[in-house]
Write a protein of this length. Sequence first.
Length: 336
Amino acid sequence: MLQRAGASRYNHCVTATATTGPSGLTHAFVLDGAGGGRALDWAGVDAWTPDDGVLWLNLDYSLSDGARWIATNLDDIARDALLDIDPRPRAFVRGDDLLMIVRGINLNVGAAPEDMISIRASIGPRRVVTLRHRTSTSIATIASDLVRGVGPRDAAGFTSALIEHIVEHVVTRVDTIGDVVASCEDQVLADARGDVRARLADQRRRAIALRRFLAPQRDALVKLAGVQLPWLAVDDHARYAESADRLARTLEELDAARDRAAVTQEELQSRIGEVTNQRLYLLSLITAVFLPLGFVCALLSVPLDHDEWPFWLLCGVCAIGAGTQIVAFKRRGWLG
């Protein structure tokens, strides 16, 4: 059943793109062990052997040649896990390979940052394969570092670099949300006018969208810090643990920003209610001023003709009604 699921997902990837068009091989490097790398094309990838150095492939799994390579070189379990339609962040070991799915901030032009990009990775001691559909700034940064000779030196270092770049972008985004919420708080305290309610609601929605993936991603990084693989050293575990701790602190700041936004919304609603009550109180005073005039006009409009009893009857009814209201108000404690 697992093989059928993997095959169906592969067929979906292949049929989703034409046989001609952009290449699914977005980056391919052989790491030189000193921070640099030699770029490869498909022919170089096919000719690579483990003795040449650590191979890093970054593939777009939605394009036909990338999907074909995935189907040929990854086993069914890895393919099924990495090509999930909407995967949650997680990390687990399969043999000597680390399978990892993480989410990064979407920094593409015109995209919502909270529409997080899914980066899937199969990392072994001699081969690193990353899969994505949308462009990832973290992946592009690693490729740029390799060109400049300051990139990762091995598979463990690549894993650390990828996680650290992703966490750094998350921290920056959460700081931005916190700054916007703080600005709204100052605006509410200063009674400044503006679209505060809309901004607060927008930031709360963004925080909720981020937290959907950041909470399981924190758990995945914590699990990654405890993974035991022959090609991971003590320093690697320490770097993973530091990234997990930083993401956990960032998640706490995100929760704090979301709670502050909720409290600020309540304060804003309270102030709006207070202003409304003040205006209603003013209208009540105006009504109280003009009410006796209406009562006098009503008495003067009673036709007396030759009998005065209608006038006194109306006065009696008004007096009885007023007395009844006074007694009722006292029993309810409305008159102090």
